[in-house]
Ligand binder design. Structure first.
Ligand code: PEP
Ligand code: MN
Length: 341
């Protein structure tokens, strides 16, 4: 980090900044750039907080030269993180497909969907037992019964299950049954929940908050990693913009950006971004073309009767066709990578 002093700042002000640097256990090195004094502080652990120095007397500008996250940064694992779930690898160049309903509704719905998605070549089944909803009057999920039904579906098909924890009390219940625990967009900033997820030994699918920057998402991942859980999957699910033609704006540019900034695998959820079933497949194909390590989308045997998010759910036939297309796009990309080598 470079702390650049104002022209005309006093030696006393520089000394105070140097003292503040020493107070956090770091060594200040004073340099002169273009006639201004600047204090250089080497990168280290923990990462430096620019805000600590910005308001100090005599400081003109603080230029961070390192990311505010350390464990999530690509440098921490330059070759990338690979996570094994149900015998399949997430990351390391493969494509991991998760399909299933927004919410678990009953045994027939979840087991039938699981069977069809297994046949279609999905790698995991999604289904919410606890639902974070935009309205308190909407279906909130079946809770423990939903988790029990997911286990029934896993037993029937062998598909690993992905399910969301909405708070600390549901976290342990979900973690006891699910193979991947989802932390949703609305909870991305919930530091207490992230820390608790960091103490689990289960992969965490961490969705990007709808108004979160990439740095915000990576700092949220840092909370989990810092507690010792190294298995975090980042997930783009659409952000709020001025665009009104879709539920959220799917920010596919974040896929390569996140893969450069971090070693963590990156998934894309086209369903919650698109909000309409006819837009899910194009966005999912684009996500794989952009290099996503995985795709998670919603499918329901009878979307018109779905208790949540029916408008964006594919029917199983459409989902099967999409999974085949996603595998084709991924195969073209891996052939290209091989040729490039
Ligand atoms: C979900 O996956 O069902 C969900 C509610 O996702 P998000 O947190 O992205 O809105
Ligand atoms: Mn949903």
């Amino acid at each position: 980090m470079l702390i650049v002093m104002k022209k005309g700042s006093t030696p006393d002000e520089t000394a105070r900044v140097c003292d503040a640097v020493r107070a956090i256990g770091r060594t200040p090195v004073t340099v002169v750039i273009d006639g201004r004094e600047a204090i250089s502080v080497a990168a280290g652990n923990p990462p430096l907080d620019a805000g600590r120095f910005e308001g100090m007397a005599g400081v003109h500008q603080v230029v961070p030269l390192e990311a505010p996250y350390r464990l999530a940064a690509r440098d921490a694992r330059p070759r990338g993180t690979a996570i094994t779930v149900g015998g399949r690898t997430i990351g390391a160049g493969g494509l991991f497909v998760v399909a299933g309903p927004c919410a678990v509704e009953n045994e027939e719905q979840i087991v039938e969907t699981a069977r069809l998605m297994k046949q279609a070549g999905a790698d995991a089944l999604r289904g919410g037992a606890y639902k974070p909803r935009s309205s308190p009057y909407s279906f909130q999920g079946l809770g423990p019964e939903g988790l029990r039904l997911l286990v029934v579906a896993r037993e029937a098909t062998g598909l690993p299950i992905v399910s969301e924890a909405v708070d600390e009390s549901s976290l342990d219940l979900v973690a006891a049954q699910a193979d991947i625990v989802q932390i949703g967009a609305r909870n991305m900033h919930n530091g207490a929940l992230l820390k608790s997820a960091g103490r689990l030994r289960k992969p965490i699918l961490l969705k990007r908050g709808m108004s979160a920057t990439l740095d915000d998402l990576l700092m949220a991942a840092e909370f989990i990693l810092d507690q010792g859980n190294g298995e975090v999957i980042l997930c783009e699910r659409g952000i709020r913009t001025f665009s009104q033609h879709s539920r959220f704006t799917l920010d596919l540019s974040v896929v390569p950006a996140a893969q450069t900034a971090s070693h963590l695998p990156v998934f894309v959820d086209p369903s919650h971004a698109a909000g309409r079933r006819e837009r899910v497949a194009p966005m999912a194909r684009a996500a794989v073309a952009a290099g996503a390590d995985g795709v998670i989308f919603e499918v329901h045997p009878d979307p018109d009767d779905a208790l949540s998010d029916g408008r964006q759910a594919l029917v199983p036939g459409e989902a099967a066709e999409l999974i085949a297309q996603l595998r084709e796009v991924a195969a073209v990309l891996s052939r290209k990578t091989e040729v490039a080598r």
